[in-house]
Design a protein around this ligand. Structure first.
Ligand SMILES: C[S@@+](CC[C@H](N)C(=O)[O-])C[C@H]1O[C@@H](n2cnc3c(N)ncnc32)[C@H](O)[C@@H]1O
Length: 340
């Protein structure tokens, strides 16, 4: 019986990531630096060491060598036989092989041609080879297909960017199981009042339900990274909230500039008032609204009034929830205060 070969596309560079949402979460974007090769903590290494290209830490190449972890991630993704799965960064295919068994189709996006070649070689003659489609390119730049489930042991340097690229992708997917650096993962799931609660938490949770799915120790990777990892389950909120994300993220940037201060004082910083005044004038000129007598002091009074009326005069960014932020954005916009 002749077997169909996997298909390969060279990705086009059309990253259409809207606005600025969530890209710069504070202090979280460190990549995994290479460490010393060592044996898995549990389970068997399913990557033949004699095969495969030299691992490149610039691409975050830390292969998941413990099949128990691979199977655990795929089980939590609840892949159905009818699913089209997207895998970011397949490497030598430790997860890809398992995904092919479970899904109808698997599209992988791999930036390193040596890895893509290795994957093709590994799957040559495999009974599910025909289900595999390889996109050779940078996942941040290529156009992603419609898919049901995303699974990835991510290169950590693209954690924030790829998370929002996925969340803003249309049509929406059902679920994503993504491996992150532990601290980044904890930020994604942090709740108001938690130490790690930040703009990244609020932006992600506006668009999805996030849960911490699994801790993964360093020794499950080859080579082991310097940091611990965690898998997060991400379920997009469907339909997405009808929010102008540029406005939303603009408000959050001001709020989280000093998350433990009173929110009202964050909006009274000189540079913030100047920006709000300029935006107010721009919107007023479009809508024909008068700006007679408008100055920074007037904007300050308006801001104070809005925050008071929203019942947030004692609130601090680090303790406000999604509803508080939504209420505040609506009140600001209704009064002609804009963040973009
Ligand atoms: C942490 S390794 C995971 C490999 C494999 N999935 C595994 O678990 O064994 C990350 C993979 O992503 C690839 N990669 C790095 N940056 C990428 C990017 N911007 N777009 C697509 N793939 C990327 C690397 O070449 C590497 O194969």
């Amino acid at each position: 019986m002749s077997r169909m070969r996997s298909s390969v596309t060279r990705g086009s560079a059309s990253a259409n990531l809207p606005a600025t949402i969530g890209i710069a979460a504070s202090g979280t974007a460190a990549g995994r630096a290479s460490g010393v090769v060592s044996a898995a903590a549990s389970g068997q290494d399913n990557t033949p060491r004699s095969l495969g290209p030299k691992l490149n830490k610039d691409f975050g190449q830390h292969l998941l060598k413990n099949p128990l972890v691979v199977n655990g991630i795929i089980a939590k993704a609840d892949v159905r036989a009818t699913d089209h799965v997207l895998e970011i960064g397949p490497g030598t295919g430790n997860m890809t092989v398992k995904l092919l068994e479970a899904a109808k189709k698997v599209t992988v996006v791999e930036v390193d041609p040596r890895m893509a070649a290795e994957l093709r070689k590994r799957l040559q003659g495999h009974p599910h080879e025909h289900k595999l489609h390889i996109i050779l390119g940078d996942a941040m730049k290529v156009e992603l297909p419609a898919f049901d489930v995303c699974v990835a042991n991510l290169p950590y340097q693209i954690s924030s960017g790829i998370t929002f690229k996925l969340l803003l992708h249309r049509p929406q997917f059902r679920v994503a199981l993504l491996m992150y650096q532990r601290e980044f993962a904890l930020r994604l799931v942090a709740k108001p009042g938690d130490e790690l609660y930040c703009r990244l938490s609020v932006n992600t949770q506006l668009l999805s339900k996030t849960t911490h799915a699994m801790k993964v120790g360093r020794n499950n990777f080859r080579p082991p990274p310097k940091v611990e990892s965690s898998v997060v389950r991400i379920e997009p909120i469907c339909p997405p909230p009808p929010i102008n994300f540029t406005e939303w993220d603009g408000l959050l940037r001001i709020a989280f500039a000093r998350k433990n201060k009173l929110i009202s004082s964050n909006f009274k910083v000189d540079s913030v008032l100047a920006m709000l005044e300029a935006n107010y004038r721009a919107f007023a000129s479009v809508s024909g609204k008068s700006v007679d007598g408008l100055d920074k002091e007037k904007i300050k009074d308006l801001v104070t009034d809005i925050i008071d009326k929203a019942g947030l005069s004692d609130a601090r960014a680090g303790k406000m929830d999604l509803d508080d932020y939504m209420k505040l954005l609506v009140a600001f916009n209704e009064a002609g205060i804009h963040f973009a």
